[in-house]
Design a protein around this ligand. Structure first.
Ligand code: DAT
Ligand code: MG
Length: 148
């Protein structure tokens, strides 16, 4: 089944939003298949955001991501990449709808609390980067209560 890489950024950790964010994905019916708290190196953050390396905000973005621990997760479910992006909200919190994570908990684009993969292909790459050790193979007993 489809998987997405979701990361609570250092501001989300510092502000005590870990439980709230996990809860939103969990209550939706997605399965948590990988989870770890990690503080990454600059070179690792640069690799994660390599597609944005030419952007003027790249250096600031990398400094922000390495500024403290993040919570790296793999969530699984039908359509989790696109639906995950909807749960997260627009990149700039000034434009994120209320009810989304960024819409409810962030104000500026440089402190937008959470990352989510933007396609199935980037999810595959990000999960391989962040979880080279692999992820859990557990299956939820609630499956037939979530899917028909
Ligand atoms: P998203 O995180 O919604 O996938 P993105 O991949 O375009 O957005 O950019 C990655 C992160 O970079 C984003 O979450 C916050 C930061 N960022 C994006 N655009 C920015 C901008 N114009 N100014 C400052 N930071 C920006
Ligand atoms: Mg992105």
């Amino acid at each position: 089944m489809e998987q997405s890489f979701i990361m609570i950024k250092p501001d989300g950790v510092q502000r005590g939003l870990i439980g709230e964010i996990i809860s939103r994905f969990e209550k939706k019916g997605f399965y948590l298949k990988g989870l770890k708290m990690v503080t990454v190196e600059k070179s690792f953050a640069e690799k994660h955001y390599e597609d944005l390396s030419a952007k003027p905000f790249f250096a600031g973005l990398v400094d922000y991501i390495v500024s403290g621990p993040v919570v790296a997760m793999v969530w699984e479910g039908k359509g989790v990449v696109l639906t995950g992006r909807k749960i997260i909200g627009a990149t700039n919190p000034a434009e994120s709808a209320p009810g989304t994570i960024r819409g409810d908990y962030a104000i500026v684009v440089g402190r937008n609390v959470i990352h989510g993969s933007d396609s199935v292909e980037s999810a595959r790459k990000e999960i391989a980067l962040w979880f080279p050790e692999g992820i859990s193979a557990w299956q939820s007993n609630a499956h037939s209560w979530i899917y028909e």
